[in-house]
Write a protein that binds this ligand. Structure first.
Ligand code: FDA
Length: 385
C-alpha cells in the first residue's frame, strides 16, 4: 500500500501531524503499537489533559539548542490549539500559571484528534507489533506500507509500563543521527543521607521557591516517602544535575529581617511558632528542630536569627537520585536537534525522515508546554510532507 507518509506512533504529536497532513490532501497512515491511540493524553493532567499553556515561549523549553523550538512554536501557537479545542466545543478552564485544562475529560482531546484525522482521511492501524523499517530508493517501508516520508512520533521512554519506548533513538542512530543522552525529567527526586529524616514528612506540602542552578520555580513542593515531589520539584528536576544540591526557599514572601522583626514584635514567641505562621505544623516542627534554636526569640542573638533566616530562604537538599523513567512525566534529551531542520523536523542527511514530539531533544516545563511542543512539531512536519 502506497502513501505519502507513514507516521510511526499515534500519540499527541503523531495524531496532530497525521490530521494536518491528511487535511492538506496527503495520503497518510498512522501505525500505533498500542491497542488504542493517545494513551498518554488520556492519563494526562489527572484525566483532564493540560493541553497547552498560554505562556508558551521558547525559553520554557530545555534543549542543547535553545533556539531550535522557536520556529515550530511560532508557527503553531497555544492560541491555534485553543481555537481547535473551541471549534470542537470542548469546554476548558485556566487552572493556574496559564495552564489550560478540559472541564470534562482528556478523552475529548483524543476524540477531537481522531475526528481531525478522519476529516483528513487518515488511516489508523493500532496494535501493530512489527514496526521494522526498510529504506530503499527513497521509499520507507513498514510492514505493507510504503511512502517517501516517515515521521517518527514514538515519544520517549518515560512511563514504560504504559508501553513507552525509546524506539525513536534506535531509529535515529540507525540512520546516522545523534542522540542526546535521554534522562528522566519532571520527575520526583529521592533523598538519602542527612536528608532522610525529611521523609517522615510524607504527605506534607508547602508553597516554596525551589531552585536548581539558575532555574527557580514558585509552586508547591511535596514531601514523599522517598523524597521530594510536587510541581516545584518536578520543574527543578529537569535542571538538576546529579551530585548537585537543590535549594528551597521556605519563606518566599518574607522580607529580609523578618525573624528580627518577629523577635521585636513577639519576644516571648519561639521559632517553631513563627514557622507555623507560614508552613504546615509538621514541617515547621522539623525545620525548627534542625535549626536548633530553642527558647524565646527574645533570648536569641540577632546573628543566629539572621543565619536561620538565610537557611530557611535557601534550604539545601542533596537528592541522591530521581524516581527514574518509571515516574518521569517526560524525557530530557533525545534525537539531536543538530541533525534536524527546525522548520520541517526532517533529518538533514536523510530526505523524508522526520522526528517530532518527545522523541526530539526539546523538553518543556510542567504545565501544558510538552503537549504544545507535540502539536507544534507535528504541524511543522505535516506542512513539509
Ligand atoms: P506519546 O508518548 O504521546 O506518543 C507516542 C506513541 O508512540 C504512543 O502511543 C506509543 O504507544 C507509540 N509507540 C511507541 N513506540 C512505537 C513503535 N515502535 N511503533 C509504533 N508506535 C510506537 N504534558 C502536558 O503538556 N500536559 C499534561 O497534562 C501532561 N500530563 C502528563 C501526565 C503523565 C502521567 C505523563 C507520563 C506525561 C504527561 N505529559 C503532559 C507529557 C505528554 O504526555 C508528552 O509530552 C506527550 O504525550 C508527548 O507526545 P508524543 O506524541 O511525542 O509521545
Amino acid at each position: 500500500m502506497d502513501y505519502d507518509a507513514i507516521i510511526l506512533g499515534g500519540g499527541a504529536a503523531g495524531l496532530m501531524c497525521a490530521a494536518r497532513a491528511g487535511q492538506r490532501g496527503k495520503r497518510v497512515v498512522v501505525l500505533e503499537r498500542a491497542r488504542e491511540p493517545g494513551k498518554k493524553i488520556l492519563i494526562s493532567g489527572g484525566g483532564r489533559c493540560n493541553f497547552t499553556n498560554i505562556h508558551t515561549a521558547p525559553d520554557r523549553y530545555l534543549s542543547r539548542n535553545p533556539h531550535f523550538a522557536k520556529s515550530a512554536l511560532s508557527r503553531y501557537t497555544a492560541r491555534d490549539f485553543l481555537d481547535l479545542v473551541e471549534r470542537h466545543g470542548i469546554a476548558w478552564h485556566e487552572k493556574t500559571l496559564g495552564q489550560l485544562f478540559c472541564d470534562g475529560s482528556s478523552r475529548q482531546i483524543v476524540a477531537m484528534l481522531m475526528e481531525e484525522c478522519a476529516r483528513g482521511g487518515v488511516e489508523l492501524c493500532c496494535g501493530v507489533e512489527d514496526t521494522a523499517i526498510t529504506h530503499a530508493d527513497g521509499q520507507f517501508g513498514v510492514g505493507d506500507c510504503r511512502a517517501p516520508a516517515l515521521v517518527v512520533a514514538t515519544g520517549g521512554p518515560s512511563i514504560p509500563k504504559m508501553g513507552a519506548t525509546g524506539d525513536a533513538y534506535a531509529i535515529a542512530r540507525r540512520f546516522g543521527l545523534k542522540v542526546v543522552e535521554p534522562r528522566p525529567a519532571l520527575v520526583p527526586l529521592t533523598l538519602g543521607g542527612d536528608d532522610v529524616l525529611f521523609r517522615e514528612l510524607s504527605g506534607v506540602a508547602a508553597d516554596v521557591v525551589a531552585s536548581a542552578g539558575k532555574a527557580a520555580f514558585r509552586e508547591a513542593a511535596l514531601f514523599t516517602h522517598r523524597g521530594l515531589s510536587g510541581p516545584a520539584i518536578l520543574q527543578v528536576s529537569s535542571y538538576w544535575q546529579p551530585g548537585e544540591p537543590i535549594g528551597i526557599d521556605f519563606a518566599p514572601d518574607r522580607a529580609e529581617g523578618w525573624l528580627l522583626e518577629a523577635k521585636r514584635a513577639a519576644p516571648r514567641g519561639d521559632l517553631r511558632g513563627q514557622l507555623r505562621t507560614l508552613l504546615p505544623e509538621r514541617l515547621a516542627a522539623t525545620l525548627a528542630e534542625r535549626l536548633a534554636l530553642p527558647g524565646d526569640l527574645g533570648n536569641l542573638p540577632d546573628k543566629a536569627l539572621r543565619k536561620a533566616e538565610a537557611q530557611l530562604g535557601g534550604w539545601r537538599f542533596h537528592p541522591n537520585g530521581s524516581e527514574g523513567f518509571a515516574k518521569a512525566e517526560v524525557t530530557l534529551g533525545g534525537v539531536s536537534t543538530g541533525d534536524l531542520s527546525s522548520k520541517t523536523m526532517a533529518a538533514k542527511a536523510v530526505p523524508g525522515l522526520h522526528f517530532i514530539g518527545e522523541a526530539v531533544d526539546v523538553t518543556g516545563w510542567l504545565g501544558g508546554y510538552n503537549f504544545q511542543w507535540a502539536w507544534a512539531s507535528g504541524v511543522a512536519a505535516a506542512e513539509a510532507i
